[in-house]
Structure formats: C-alpha cells, structure tokens
Design a protein around this ligand. Structure first.
Ligand code: PLP
Length: 422
C-alpha cells in the first residue's frame, strides 16, 4: 500500500507540475489575449467606436514592416515572425528593414550607459524633457505631441481610433501598409490608388478616390517602398483642401534623410490648425530602431482621441530610448555624418546595378527599389543563402527588390552575391 500511495502521489505531483509548466508556456499568449481584450474594452469607451465589439488579437500584436505580408501567404501574425528572414549561415548584410547600420550616435550611447543606474525609475521626468525639446524645436504646444515606443503603436492607435467603425482609408499603392492593413482587420476598406508612372503619389487620383465613407487618408512621404517624394507645395495644397473633409496622416519616417526636412515637413500645416497627423520616428536616421521611440504631431483634440488607443507616456517608453533620443535629437553633426556614409553606400549600389545592366528608382531615402530579372522570392532566397537579407515585391506585374542601404562592407557583400545571380 505505501508503494501505491507513493506512486499515486508521484502521479499527482507530475500532473500538477505538468499543469504548472504548461501554464507558464501558455501565459504569454494568455497575456496577449488579455491585452487584446483590454484594447477592445477601451475601444468601447469611445463613442466614436462604440459599435466595435471585438478587436482581433492580431490587430494588437506588433506587425513590424508589413511588407512581408505582401510577398508571402502568411497571416499578419506569422508576418511578425517572418519580419526577420531566416537566413542560413552568417548574415553578412542586413538590408531588409531600412535601419541605420551606423547605429546610435556616440553621445547617445554614452548617455544610455550612464542612465543604467536609474533603470529602476519610471522615466516620466525624462520624457517631459524630451517632449519639451521637440515642442520647442517645432514651435508647438505640448498638447499637439504624443510619444510612443516607435511610431508603429501610433499607427495602430490611429487605425483603432479612426477606422474602428468601418468606412475606408485611402492610400497610394504600393506604400507602407501597416496602418491600412490594421484598418482592414477592423473592417475598414482600403482604397488603393496606384502610384504614377514615375512612382510618385497620384494626389489628384487620391483626392477623387475620397468618398463619404472615407475616414482617413494615408500618405507616406518619402514613400516606402519606392523611396520617392511628393512635391511639397502640391502636398500642402492637397492637405489643406482634403483635411477639411477627412484627417490626413502623413508618415514622415524617412524625412530626416532629405536635404532640408524642415522645408518638406507638413508640421507647419498642422500649426495652421489643419486636421493632419504627422508621424516621426527615431528608428531611421537616429539609429534607434531597437530602442523604440517615435511620436505624432496633430491637433490637440486628435491627440486626445489617439491617446485612448495608444500606449504612451512614462509607462510605455523605456528610459534608455528616451535618454538616447534626448542625446541625439537634432544632432546635426551626427545626422550629416550618417547621411554622408549612406549616400556613399547608395552610390556604390547604383554603380553596381548599372554595371550589371539593371535600372532602379532614384531614392530620397536609405532604401532603393530595382526591377529584377528573376522571380522575386527565388532571388531573395538565393541572396539569403549568400548571407544577404533583403526584400522582394510585386509591382506592375514585375518582380522588384527593395534593398536597404547598409555600411559599405554590407553593400560589397551584396555586390559579390548579386554578381553571382545577375
Ligand atoms: C514608413 C514607415 N512608417 C513607420 C515605420 C515604423 O517605424 P517605428 O515603429 O520603428 O517608428 C516604418 C518602419 O520601417 C516605416 O517604414
């Protein structure tokens, strides 16, 4: 009997242990579900989205550069896992996520290291300092600014705020599809307006596409994935007219790569009272993509609405991210240095493509699109095998590659692999 008892006890113990460890395994997904529910509940509080019964969990989960969705049959949840391609062997060139491979500035790195001892503190005060710095530079009131862990959570917050009751979003095609794709998940329709033959936004066609159900217009300037820009005067005039009817979201993630961002940004139009939301990020020219920090600038009433659906403030942003952003914001010397190195790498890429008999879309950013001479997915796989990560695209029935501009050694790795395939 004692043996029996012992064996029963061990079985019970084993079962209890299995339940416990199983519980640990499913805990993250349970938490994700709870987060999704919490967002759904929050959404119900806003009369603007009161008919929203349930927000699918994959709208809440991070999607990353949703370009992956376009080139695979993966769902958006899988897309997150796929955002970083599985590259067999050594990754010699990381050219798939439009990052800044020159990394954070030296002052930013030093400040982050020095901030470590304060890591136990919520960074409320520090965030206030950063927000004050941005507001002073842009000449805006603090009520017009909202920061978050990258601009992605703010794109999601905008989709949840403005597209939760259906309707439609108008954008160019192709463009950065994170926000429109989020909208589709919560039952909005995405009206895609093809780019013009020079791969720039067709503002006239976009304006014509707006109808009574349009809830948002999305413009990515410079545009991802084409690297093209919209004429500033034309965009200002478009926004002035259109924003009287419907909010316009101008995603300026790559604007810092332009020669004169201050002359191109639409922030002045927001300051004039227009219903425009501008998104900015520290992920690109500031080299802080892994730290996660970005912001939007909009009318105070819109900021208040977006705040209902966006993780923001000292509970959402990390101390190192804010510290790094504070140390590098508008550091002209560092930005010019990054741009100089990026331009040299881009010129090397242009020369390589030309010498191999390829064309490309001249780019204003840190990535370039060029038409391929083989099936896109196969090209990416072959390049991955050679340690080079990049992305493919389908546009106008043609396979394209989008390549981010890396360090010179990365561009040389690309050139060596490309010459084997071209
Ligand atoms: C146009 C555009 N907007 C927004 C983002 C998101 O950037 P983050 O969340 O890192 O600020 C990206 C990322 O690549 C992008 O290309």
């Amino acid at each position: 009997m004692p043996t029996n008892n012992k064996s029963i006890n061990r079985r019970d113990w084993l079962r209890a242990t299995a339940l416990f460890t199983g519980g640990l395994t499913i805990l993250p997904s349970m938490l994700q579900g709870l987060q999704a529910k919490a967002a759904g509940i929050a959404a119900l509080k806003d009369p603007a989205t009161s008919s929203l019964q349930d927000i699918p969990a994959d709208v809440i989960s991070p999607m990353g550069d949703s370009t992956v969705v376009r080139t695979t049959t993966a769902s958006s949840l899988q897309a997150d896992a796929l955002a970083e391609p599985r590259i067999p062997g050594v990754l010699k060139a990381r050219l798939f996520a439009n990052e800044n491979p020159f990394g954070p500035s030296s002052p930013a790195k030093k400040a982050m290291i020095e901030s470590m001892d304060s890591g136990y503190q919520y960074p409320f005060m520090l965030l206030r300092d950063l927000e004050a710095k941005i507001c002073a530079y842009e000449g805006i009131d603090a009520k017009m600014l909202m920061t978050s862990a990258g601009s992605s959570p703010l794109l999601l917050g905008t989709a949840l705020t403005l597209l939760g009751n259906g309707g439609n979003i108008v954008s160019a095609d192709p463009t950065y599809d994170d926000l429109p794709t989020r909208g589709e998940k919560i039952k909005a329709t995405w009206i895609k307006v093809p780019l013009k033959s020079d791969y720039t936004h067709d503002l006239d066609a976009m304006e014509k596409a707006i109808n009574a159900d349009t809830k948002l217009v999305y413009i990515c300037n410079p545009n991802n994935p084409t690297g093209t820009i919209v004429d500033t005067a034309a965009l200002k005039a478009f926004c002035e007219r259109v924003s009287k009817k419907v909010p316009v979201f101008v995603d300026e993630a790559y604007i810092d790569y332009l020669p004169d961002p201050a002359a191109t940004t639409l922030i002045d139009s927001v300051k004039k009272g227009q219903n425009i939301i501008i998104a900015r990020t520290f992920s690109k020219v500031y080299g802080l993509a892994g730290l996660r920090i970005g912001y939007v600038i909009a009318q105070p009433a819109m900021i208040e609405r977006l705040g209902n659906y966006s993780a923001t403030g000292g509970y959402a942003l990390s101390l190192p991210a804010i510290t790094a952003a504070l140390a590098s914001y508008n550091d002209k010397g560092y930005i010019d240095e990054v741009k100089k190195k990026m331009v040299a790498s881009k010129q090397f890429l242009y020369d390589t493509l030309k010498s191999e008999g390829y064309t490309y879309i001249p780019s204003y950013t840190n990535f370039v699109m060029f038409p391929l001479k083989m099936e896109g997915q196969r090209f990416v796989e072959e390049m991955n095998k050679r340690g080079v990560g990049l992305r493919n695209w389908k546009l106008n029935n043609q396979d394209w590659c989008r390549i981010s501009i890396g360090r010179m050694d990365e561009m040389q790795a690309f050139a060596a692999a490309f010459k084997e395939l071209s």
